[in-house]
Design a protein. Structure first.
Ligand code: PLP
Length: 373
């Protein structure tokens, strides 16, 4: 058989996404469903219901809007759809994904106030409080939950209390945390939360989802700045007849539904969190033993992804390191820090303890091959 794709075993993905998925999630895609098929519409309905439940909420107060495209499309859909022409967005920034939110808002000519912090520190809640108190023209506040640049976990509940007290609208990018960290939408005062199909739910790439407080969403009529990313119009389509307005990612939705069942079978978010925590703990300990230094202090570090400094040794070269690990069947990820040379190792996706031990052994062999000892 002639094929341009190697049929060799897939490499393990220690990245922030796309991630390694289970065989059964991939198998769920071996169907061609029409977008008006009753079975497909039921899958969409069930996905939307289950996501609200994962947010600790119920469908009287919160709703799910599914949006074609990767996670960034979901963020852009929300930001470009919910802020009125006279609105102003406060963006809390401690990494590249916070900067991306600012960039999206700027492209849509949304007035912004960036509040920047160091990449190794969480945004100071008191500064948020002071900023909101001093500028009543700020209508919306955006923050990243797990800043995947470093793996730091920002305290979304603390900001939520402040934003709610000041009566502003609260947006959280929980792309890389949702499904692995418990999130209570109500307790955190969240109006909009975005994540995507291919992170901790362990589905395949293809769409993002916004969990929205219905009352907030219904008050956004006329604010959308694009046609295809119009959040309210997308929601109205889904509510009316369970349909996407434009071609839905049918296969990715089937895979995602299977992934949600597998999350439940694993024991829900607490069990998944324990598996990722174990992956993280093994990584941190073994990397430290091999002389690597993590970028963050352990108390700020989450169990999603870890940034490690390049070793100071003159023989170390990241590209070589990366390729040698990839040849051994393990894919790691480059860094994204503005001021330090780091690479990243993810702890999420369908990876077990054994996969992590195998990566650690491969790193040890690779260092010795490179003469970095
Ligand atoms: C992965 C991720 C995104 C979205 O990235 P896409 O490549 O568009 O899927 C956004 N924010 C954070 C924090 C992420 O980890």
């Amino acid at each position: 058989m002639h094929t341009s794709l190697s049929l060799a075993k897939d490499k393990a993905l220690f990245t922030p996404g796309p991630l390694t998925t289970s065989r059964t999630v991939k198998q769920a895609m071996l169907r061609d469903l029409g977008s008006r098929d009753a079975a497909f519409i039921e899958v969409v309905r069930e996905i939307r219901r289950r996501l609200v439940t994962l947010g600790g909420a119920d469908e009287t107060e919160y709703t799910t809007v599914l949006m074609q495209g990767s996670g960034t499309f979901g963020i852009e859909a929300v930001l470009s759809s919910i802020i009125p022409p006279e609105g102003k967005l406060l963006v809390l920034i401690n990494g590249a994904y916070g900067e991306r939110i600012l960039k999206i808002a700027n492209i849509h000519r949304i007035p912004t106030i960036p509040l920047r912090f160091q990449e190794n520190a969480v945004p100071d809640p008191q500064r948020v409080d002071e900023t909101l108190a001093s500028d009543p023209s700020i209508t919306h506040v955006a923050v990243i939950h797990c800043e995947t640049t470093t793996g730091i976990i920002n305290p979304i509940e603390a900001y939520g209390e402040i934003v709610q007290r000041h009566g502003r609208v609260y947006f959280v990018d929980a792309m890389s945390s949702f499904g692995a960290y418990p999130v209570d939408l109500n307790a955190c005062g969240i109006d909009y939360l975005v994540s995507s199909s291919n992170k901790n739910i362990e589905g395949v790439p293809g769409f993002s989802f916004a969990l929205a407080r219905k009352a907030a969403l219904l008050a956004t009529r006329g604010f959308a700045r694009t046609l295809s990313l119009d959040l309210l119009a997308q929601w109205e389509g889904l509510e009316k007849d369970g349909q996407f307005r434009f071609t839905p990612p049918t296969h990715a939705l089937l895979a995602f539904y299977q992934a949600l069942l597998e999350l439940e079978n694993e024991g829900g978010v607490p069990a998944r969190a324990r598996r990722y925590q174990r992956n993280y703990a093994i990584t941190r300990e073994a990397m430290q033993t091999m002389g690597f230094q993590a970028y963050l202090q352990p108390e700020d570090q989450g169990y999603i992804i870890t940034s490690f400094y390049y070793p100071a040794h003159p023989n170390f070269n990241f590209q070589t390191f990366y390729e040698k690990l990839s040849d051994k069947g393990h894919v790691i990820y480059p860094g994204k820090l503005s001021h330090a040379d780091c690479f990243r190792i993810g702890h999420i996706g369908r990876l077990e303890e054994g996969d992590v031990h195998a990566l650690m052994a491969a790193i040890a062999r690779t260092l010795s091959e490179m003469g970095v000892v």
